[in-house]
Design a protein around this ligand. Structure first.
Ligand SMILES: *[C@@H]1O[C@H](CO)[C@@H](O)[C@H](O)[C@H]1NC(C)=O
Ligand SMILES: *[C@@H]1O[C@H](CO)[C@@H](O)[C@H](O)[C@H]1NC(C)=O
Ligand SMILES: *[C@@H]1O[C@H](CO)[C@@H](O)[C@H](O)[C@H]1NC(C)=O
Length: 831
């Protein structure tokens, strides 16, 4: 946006650190009731969340550039404490955790940063971002008025702020950081806990303020945020939200682009028409900061997924998909929205909206500045019907559940429900099979170093300290010769109660059953008839954590593993309680102790011919990097549950064996959205493909290692490339367009098609100017069709990387059906 007239910053509510101001050529970032003020200017800021450890550093410049091209001003990220301080005082800021490098790249691209230090982040991230050692600090109680907790929180927050200062990354130092966040979604805990929580929140606010960052602090979902901290909104919609003081700006820290994926639940999608509507509603209400959560969701590599049961993909149906590719039309439609909002910026920052009714469910919000700028938002909130409204003496057609944006109070340049951007259909293309060898994980072989025996059942996380998902619980049961079941064949029933999250039960070395919890309830109970023999029997239970919880209170109290009771029913004596007998524990797998996932570890053992459908098996294969530069993934559809490593790097947990159960089906953008409204994958794996970052590969000889728990078929695994299948566009004659507004050439809508870099349009699969039907991949001609439709697209588009065709009858050799509203619809292949 070109410079707008400087607003009169009537109330600069926070006089932040005057000393800093005096010593710096840059002004501190402040705010007033309208907006965040950067360099003396109120700004409408569009922001997007990109979490640095959820991609690899080689992807960062491209992700940031695509955020900029998509019309964002700000990149927002959390700071991931458990990644940065894996053990007390041992810091890690390398590779995917190179926070400073990430922020400097954002600056290089000319964007700002919103740094959400937390340090509690939730984020569907393991343990909400808390290091696991924090749970074992004596006397600790999380996120409340507790000295040990506050001391650690202050230490880490201070460390991050000092690091940012010494790297000169705050805005007043010439850096990109304009906003920070302390705590995260704390409001709900205050409701639950009362006084201690209130004391803690005000302590956190004071602690943060005392760090003198020279930029405003925010607290999201915290109505009581003490002054001068700004309370902000998170949600699918935030037009209902007002800050807790009239001198604070209206900010939306998390505009949810959809929702996370969990193992066992369907995959959520949010239609861009509804997301754009939510954002436009917020701006028309007077909001001045919107952050998309997520703009790029990325991947929960290694064991960073929270949970339990959060999937490895954190795609979030974001405008940039998990692989960093544009998700179209979501990215493109939001880009158009951002351009429309920016055209309105001079009026938006200068004035409060004046509302007028245009009908039962229709209204206008008009921003008029004293210098003559005028912007209008026309809303039709009816869930079903189109509306024709009169505004300023003109007629406007408004689709249901939509807002039109008029940057001059006359011309519609954008409507949230009119998607003119191209639609890209992505596909996973086979890029190579694999040749496997296998190695059996040993059961019941205990080394003196790693195992120990004690009476009773122990909590799992205390034992593993989350260094591994796995803990073995083993006990022995003596069966007397005179047990009746030995002759009657009525096997006894074993019951194992566990706090979570998954469990395999082995009787005398044979898998007897598998149970697991769910996103809603991590607890589980195994019950099954078990085959015991006369004499000593071994009961071995492999208890598995699937990501530690990331949301809630009192993290110090959360448990996993077999806490009992464990009973055996159907013996001569009736029921035998095994809870308080001797149990032998082993933390982790043999293969983990031998580092089988690494090159050196894997070459230290003999691998054999691949076996199929065998539980607890390691597989390895060597492969060459597929050619090209398309993103890569592993198709794990044939497998059950486990983990993947490539060249020693953790790809993450896989679990295609856990099928998604829920409601899927037709998705209509109209009406209130929630995370269960537009779902896919019902009856299928929640996640089938697992992102393999190309920068982790060598040209040849890459080591792929898999640990399979259930017994899958490794011969079904393949490497795939993510490519664009078809590109489609569907543009009506009266598609609003900013370009048209600039040229005052109101009539002409245009179809645009763009292939991925280096590809050209090679085939027109469908083209029709008229009244075609269907959706991308499935179009058909309607009653009205211009016969030259194909020819026109062939002539303009074949062998082009990019093409545009005007949506007017003249371009198609005349009007095929005068008086009918027509669309140009096209599907092409790029290769
Ligand atoms: C963790 O385990 C140790 C050793 O068994 C025990 O002394 C301690 O009480 C446990 N701590 C918690 C929080 O369960
Ligand atoms: C979510 O949306 C679906 C479909 O629109 C609806 O049936 C359901 O009641 C909604 N759930 C909640 C919690 O609002
Ligand atoms: C394709 O579209 C037609 C009508 O336009 C519809 O009947 C059919 O079910 C669609 N097929 C698919 C696979 O979506």
């Amino acid at each position: 946006m070109a410079s707008s007239a400087p607003p009169a910053p009537a109330v600069l509510a926070v006089a932040l650190t005057v000393a800093l101001l005096a010593s710096s050529a840059w002004a501190a970032v402040t705010y007033d009731r309208k907006a965040v003020v950067v360099n003396g200017q109120r700004r409408i800021l569009l922001s997007g969340s990109i979490h640095y450890p959820r991609s690899v550093p080689e992807m960062w410049p491209d992700l940031i550039q695509k955020a900029k091209d998509g019309g964002l001003d700000v990149v927002q990220t959390y700071v991931f404490w458990n990644g940065h301080e894996p053990s007390p005082g041992q810091y890690h800021f390398e590779g995917r955790y190179d926070l400073v490098h990430f922020i400097k790249l954002v600056k290089q691209a000319g964007l700002y940063v919103h740094l959400r230090i937390g340090p509690y982040v939730c984020a569907e991230w393991n343990f909400g971002g808390f290091p696991i050692w924090l749970k074992y600090v004596p006397g600790i109680s999380f996120r409340t008025d507790n000295e040990p907790f506050k001391a650690e929180m202050q230490k880490f927050t201070t460390k991050i702020v000092q690091m940012m200062k010494s790297e000169r990354l705050f805005e007043w130092q010439g850096g990109p950081i304009i906003l920070s966040q302390i705590e995260n979604e704390f409001g709900p805990l205050e409701w639950d806990q009362g006084e201690p929580a209130k004391d803690y929140a005000s302590w956190a606010a004071n602690m943060a303020m005392a760090l003198n960052t020279g930029v405003p602090w925010i607290m999201c979902k915290e109505d009581d945020a003490p002054d001068p901290i700004i309370n902000t909104c998170n949600g699918f919609y935030c037009d209902w939200f007002s800050p807790n003081k009239p001198h604070k700006p209206t900010m939306w820290t998390e505009a949810w682009t959809a929702w996370y994926t969990g193992f066992g639940i369907p995959v959520p999608h949010r239609p861009v028409e509804d997301l754009a509507y939510g954002v436009a509603k917020f701006i028309q209400k007077g909001g001045s900061f919107v952050n998309y959560y997520m703009y790029h969701g990325g991947t929960n590599f290694e064991r960073t997924a929270g949970g339990p049961f959060i999937a490895t993909s954190y795609d979030y149906d974001a405008p940039l998909d998990e692989y960093g590719l544009l998700r179209e039309p979501k990215w493109g439609h939001l880009k158009e929205l951002h351009r429309a909002i920016k055209l309105c910026e001079p009026a938006l920052v200068a004035a409060d909206p004046i509302l007028s009714s245009l009908g039962n469910a229709q209204k206008a919000s008009v921003f008029r500045s004293s210098t003559g700028a005028c912007a209008a938002f026309l809303e039709n909130k009816h869930k079903l019907s189109y509306a024709r409204v009169s505004f300023n003496g003109m007629h406007y057609d408004l689709p249901p559940w939509s807002i039109s944006i008029l940057p001059d109070c006359k011309t519609t340049v954008f409507n949230t429900a009119r998607v003119g951007s191209q639609i890209s259909q992505m596909k996973m293309e086979w890029a190579g099979g694999l040749t496997w060898q296998s190695y059996n994980e040993e059961i019941n072989s205990f080394s003196e170093l790693e195992s120990f025996t004690t009476v009773g059942l122990l909590e799992q996380i205390n034992m593993t300290r989350d260094n591994t998902d796995y803990l073995w619980y083993t006990t022995y049961v003596d069966v007397a010769k005179d047990e009746q079941f030995l002759t009657s064949g009525k096997n006894p029933k074993l019951t194992v109660m566990s706090a979570g999250h998954a469990l395999h039960v082995f009787i005398n070395g044979q898998l007897s059953g598998t149970v697991y919890g769910s996103v809603e309830n991590p607890k589980l109970t195994y019950t099954g008839k078990v085959k015991l023999w006369s004499g000593s029997n071994t009961i071995s239970c492999l208890s598995i954590a699937v990501g530690l919880p990331n949301v809630g209170e009192h993290f110090e109290t959360w448990n996993a593993g077999i806490l009992g009771p464990v009973t055996l029913d159907g013996l001569n004596e009736g029921k035998r309680d095994l809870t308080w007998q001797k149990w032998t524990y082993q933390v982790g797998l043999k293969g983990e102790a031998m580092s089988l996932h690494s090159l050196s570890g894997s070459s230290s053992v003999e691998w054999g011919e691949p076996v199929q459908k065998q539980p607890l098996t390691w597989y390895k294969a060597f492969f060459n990097a597929p050619d090209g530069d398309e993103p890569l993934a592993l198709d794990m559809n044939s497998m059950g549950k486990g983990q993947i490593w490539i060249n020693g790097q953790g790809i993450g947990r896989y679990w295609p064996g856990y099928k998604a159960s829920g409601t899927c089906g037709h998705c209509d953008y109209r009406g209130e959205y929630n995370e269960t409204k537009c779902q896919t994958n019902c009856g299928d794996p929640s996640q089938r493909w697992y992102h393999v970052p190309r920068p982790w590969l060598n040209p040849t000889g890459n080591l792929l290692v898999i640990f399979e728990e259930w017994g899958g078929d490794p011969t079904g695994i393949s490497m795939v490339k993510r490519t664009t299948g078809s590109v489609c566009a569907d543009v009506s004659e009266w598609q609003p367009s900013i370009k048209n507004w600039r040229t005052k050439d109101y009539e002409k809508a245009e179809v645009h098609l763009q292939c991925d870099h280096g590809r050209k349009i090679t085939e027109i699969k469908f083209a029709s100017f008229g009244t075609p039907q269907g959706s991308c991949g499935n179009y058909s001609e309607g009653g009205c069709h211009a016969h030259r439709s194909y020819d026109i697209f062939k002539k303009n588009c074949i062998n082009q990387e990019w093409c545009g065709v005007s949506v007017v009858p003249e371009a198609f050799g005349g009007d095929p059906c005068p008086g009918t509203m027509k669309r140009a619809v096209v599907e092409v292949t790029c290769s």
